[in-house]
Design a protein around this ligand. Structure first.
Ligand code: C2O
Length: 544
């Protein structure tokens, strides 16, 4: 194990996309940001300097941060923002993880352009549980807005309505050709025939669950959220914001070029757009014979799945299993669990005297719309600062109703607001069922838990049935991840062991839903002795 030092200067950079140039917030002037490389067991030290006019924090999405919540990064949860002109040395160790993760700004909507991949290689001398690929390629999926995303979200908050959707999807920053800008700015991967490539794909989009397809090729999934899976083949991937996936692509096809397509699934209920991003895979040998001729280069296209292709998404998600080998066992908490939680997740409508329509869209968990505190929860917890949060987050909804009924709201659409956390004793085993509600309309929610991986032990459509559904839980080899797509109009159940003391944010990774309050935090208590306790904060920890 070694120490990896990185310098991340967050700076404005004039960037051209869709035939127009505008200044955007970037890491080291790059969009997407630079890839952070480490090996399992390494100590990573990133010197983050804020050189822009906005308050800033950086989050290492999916890195477990065992006992180092101080370096996790969500603003007002684990730290206060790094002020303009200030730096913060984020210091953490990668424990028990290898694969692809990513990092992003974790305040307001800055993550629209401030994000990049984290590649965690296995320890020296340890091989992958699949044949070594010829090459590894990082693929960052994201979105591009013609206007400034900070302006968009601030206007949306004022109006109480939905913000605009993006103007294009991007693959490694390239939108591909769009109807209004024929820039040829597209992702291209040159490959050799007869090899296996590992694509390390991260969905860094703000608000879009994405399908990913390569024409003429199947993809073999081998890892999700930096955990190995049982390999399985599919022609379409579904990846929610926050999720990452490693897939193998074997170059066994015949012609020169194959399109890569990224398209939207369900559009997150925000609005409908068709901003498909197109990239290309080019076979070097085949392309070579066309290079200096005027013959048309053969290209194989592919249709994106329809944006409501729930069955395609379900098929892929239901096929995901932990590898669960002797070396990489799935340590699923078995029944009975210590903490049995049911969280409804959905949208609501609250009064808003200053909004043009006198109401505003909100989101909630168990009818509680999360209010961002002004002192970081972790700081308040560690230094015993009172009145920042209350530890009374409800373990189930206050009123039971037909959660997935969409005809008429059967309960009040108005939510309560608060900064409430749920307290978990150290090492307790937790079962949490997310139940999507149809109060304002069924919606997609990729739920992300900081500081942990969890096992997805079950999911289904309609209302969760606490008597019968648990009988079908997979407690043997469920997929282990840090972000989970709760089915629209349905439920999903996760289990995890609360072995990482600290305060851990849990929220919908569609950024607009986090803005609206679809969030809460777990406060995991210290165990016995220093090895089971949160470490003290670093000296330069940004306090409030
Ligand atoms: Cu990827 Cu709370 O974030």
């Amino acid at each position: 194990c070694r120490v990896r030092r990185y310098r991340f200067d967050v700076v404005m950079k004039n960037t051209t996309r869709l035939c127009a140039t505008k200044p955007i917030v970037t890491v080291n002037g790059k969009f997407p940001g630079p890839t952070l490389y480490a090996r399992e067991g390494d100590n990573v030290i990133v010197n983050v300097t804020n050189m822009v006019k906005y308050n800033l924090t950086l989050h290492w999405h999916g890195v477990r941060q065992l006992r180092t919540g101080w370096a996790d990064g969500p603003a007002y949860i684990t730290q206060c923002p790094i002020q303009p002109g200030q730096s913060y040395l984020q210091n953490f160790t990668i424990t028990g993880q290898r694969g692809t993760l990513w990092y992003h700004a974790h305040i307001s909507w800055l993550r629209s352009t401030v994000h990049g991949a984290i590649v965690i290689l296995p320890k020296h001398g340890v091989s992958y549980p699949f044949p070594k690929p010829h090459k590894e390629v990082v693929i960052v999926l994201a979105e591009w807005w013609k206007s400034d995303t900070e302006v968009i979200i601030n206007e949306a908050i004022k109006s109480g309505l939905s913000p605009n959707v993006s103007d294009a999807h991007t693959i490694n920053g390239h939108p591909g050709n769009t109807p209004d800008c024929n820039s040829k700015d597209r992702f291209k991967l040159k490959v050799k025939r007869g090899k296996t490539y590992m694509l390390r794909i991260a969905n860094c989009a703000l608000n879009e669950e994405l399908f990913f397809k390569v024409a003429g090729h199947n993809l073999t999934v081998v890892e999700a959220d930096a955990v190995y899976t049982k390999p399985f083949e599919t022609n379409t991937l579904i990846i929610t914001p926050g999720q990452t996936m490693n897939v193998l692509l074997t170059t066994n096809q015949k012609i020169a070029r194959y399109l890569v397509k990224v398209s939207t699934f369900m559009n997150s209920g925000v609005a409908i757009d068709n901003n498909t991003a197109t990239g290309m895979i080019e076979y070097k040998e085949e392309f070579g014979s066309y290079e200096f001729t005027t013959r048309p280069i053969p290209i194989m296209g592919t249709q994106p799945p329809p944006s409501n292709a729930t069955s395609i998404a379900r098929r892929m998600l239901d096929s995901l299993r932990s590898l669960n080998s002797a070396k990489f066992p799935a340590l699923v908490p078995q029944s009975p669990v210590d903490q049995d939680l049911l969280f409804t997740i959905g949208l609501g409508i609250n009064p808003c005297p200053t909004c043009p329509r006198k109401v505003r869209l909100v989101a909630d968990i168990n009818n509680v719309t999360f209010m961002m505190p002004t002192t970081a929860l972790l700081q308040a917890h560690y230094f015993n600062i009172s009145k920042v949060f209350s530890a009374d987050f409800p373990r189930k909804p206050a009123v039971a109703f037909n959660y997935t009924e969409t005809q008429q709201p059967s309960v009040n659409m108005v939510t309560t607001s608060g900064t409430r956390v749920y307290r978990l004793p150290y090492n307790s085993s937790v079962q949490l069922v997310y139940q999507d509600t149809g109060i304002v309309g069924p919606d997609n929610h990729p739920m992300h838990l900081h500081g942990y991986n969890f096992f997805v032990v079950g999911s289904g459509l309609g209302n969760f049935n606490p008597k019968t559904d648990p009988l079908n839980f997979n407690l043997v080899d469920p997929v282990e991840r840090n972000t989970l797509a709760v089915p629209t109009g349905g439920w999903a159940a996760i289990r995890f062991r609360a072995d990482n003391p600290g305060v851990w944010f849990m929220h919908c990774h569609l950024e607009v839903h986090t803005t609206w309050g679809l969030a809460m935090a777990f406060l995991v208590e210290n165990g016995n002795g220093p090895q089971q306790s949160l470490l003290p904060p670093p000296k330069d920890y940004p306090k409030c």
